[in-house]
Design a protein around this ligand. Sequence first.
Ligand SMILES: [Cu+2]
Length: 588
Amino acid sequence: MKSALGCVFSALAASVSSSSLHALRQTPPQLDYHLLPRAACDNTNKSRSCWGNYSIDTNYYDETPDTGVTREYWLSVEEGDCAPDGYARQCQTINGTVPGPTIFADWGDSLIIHVTNNLKSNGTGIHWHGLRQSGSNIYDGVPGITQCAIAIGQSMTYRFKVSQYGSTWYHSHFSLQYANGVFGGMIFNGPATANYDEDLGHLFLSDWSHVDVFTRWFAARNGQPPALESGLINGTNKFDCSNSSTDPNCTGRGVKLTTVVEKGKKYRLRLVNAAVDGVFQFSIDKHKLKVIAADLVPIKPYSTSSLKLTEGQRYDIIFHANQAVDNYWVRAGWLNACQPNVNPDSITSVLRYNASSTLDPTSTSDVTVSSDCLDEPLASLVPHLKMDVTNIQKSFDTYLNISTTNYVHWTINTSSLLIDWNNPTLKQVFNGESLFPTDYNVLAINKTTTDNEWIVLVIQDQSNLGLEHPIHLHGHDFWILDQSTGTFDAATSPQSFKTKNPPRRDVAALPGNGYLAIAFMPDNPGAWLCHCHIAWHASEGLSLEFLEREADIQADVSDSDRTQFNDICQTWSDNVGTQAFPQEDSGI
Ligand SMILES: [Cu+2]
């Protein structure tokens, strides 16, 4: 980025001769500093905190660069043969690959993304995970909440502004579809809290089923989440077929991801836990990880030898290629304590200092395997941009439990989420309804920012099962007030809330049998889902939905937004009965 100030200086430098130097010193150029609110500086490998007239210190909740740039992407949700780890099956993908194409933009750009449903039997809808969608709730991409499902053969155009920067991902929010491969990365260029030389992009960590995940739903919903056969790093791995010689689907032709580095350089990696059901403790043998962002929130850098990611979470890390020239294992670090996998230790990739080497690494791990499924310690996740929670009057106190009527349902305040792809919450809002079906689990927020009162959600796990749940909120970063293994007491527990610059992000673990307390400002009118990011649990209804400032929602919706919204619903409705996929779960 070249600032106006930088241009002036380089023009001066070019024109300065030795004879004019003395005169120049005595009469400095008269720059109009009123036009330059901050010292502009370029984002280079030695100044990653810079971003032109903005920087890592900019309050990105209030200010967004106006780049004037609109980037347009075309995504086709489709299905076909695949064998990402060398085991042949049917996949659902974006544009034929797992993961789908990465969407790149600069902080402050606008995005136009055309999504076409080229599947054979499912509806679809794409959610842009972690994006606040300020003023664009209608493009949050959740069938049954913010839109109807996109019918087969139909396209929907999503439009929104990139008001955040960092690393995230997009994925289908139509039932279990993303677990069949419908996801991809999003990189929004902006400043960072530490310097690095090269950006290696995403590293997607995922578990991987050898059959369509929809076929496993019936076992999962009976309380037996299946141990999946495999796992992938950036959509690839080498599955060992030596014990499957009679299985024609086991081709043995999978390959591990290989990353080549140059000794001495520092590399940025953007980690995503895209698992159906699994927690990772990521590491690179013999290399320290410097963590610089948690979800879309830049943090004070901290160093660690391993990093835990619960489902849906992202971390940006920097590692220094400062070890002996050799090959090293990159380990996704599947934690068996959280959920079994048939091949937990095989979810690896290869880091090479020498590009021509073809040897497998012989490196070993020094990491002590975690015995729990919780997040990184809250004390490690200190946001760079300090923000306090200041005014808490009361909280939404909710209770998580389980019901086994017919099959496993997770309930919040005794109600399990069940939405209708043909009747999204926003449609009901547009129709002026104020009473919503019980199983839409709506919590209404009618405060506004002028009330200056924070919204607090407490989820207390009363299921007594001791399982952790990664809770994801749409439409907001949230401030983590507490993450406790104890029992919430409305009278006393808030006294121990952490309100001074607590960690902020968009997914945080609810400890088993404990509670999670989060806060956010009511600054974004819309219908925002808040759900567990374990895919089975979301399908089993572990979700609520905030309806934030219902009266202000329609003001953000243009006529063309509304026309498309109605058209998507009409087409879905017209095709229910001929092509609609039977809804066997909560719908999300
Ligand atoms: Cu869960």
